[in-house]
Design a protein around this ligand. Sequence first.
Ligand SMILES: [Zn+2]
Length: 79
Amino acid sequence: MNKPDCDELIAKLYQFIDGELSRDETVALKRHLEGCGPCLERIQVEERFKLLIKTKCRGEQAPELLVEKVKAALQAEME
Ligand SMILES: [Zn+2]
């Protein structure tokens, strides 16, 4: 049940996490998150994932297999 707003949020997800969006865009996305559980969950998964990669790899590119494993683990943990 993806609303148009959700597509927009997903498109800007990484910029949002990195704090690269304008103030207006950030406010709009936060407002969307308040009313949209699936998007909120998604952003939490991505944030934790990013943090984990940063901690484990210290800026180096993570092997694709590891990325998939970590993502699967995070998803499972949230259920
Ligand atoms: Zn949404």
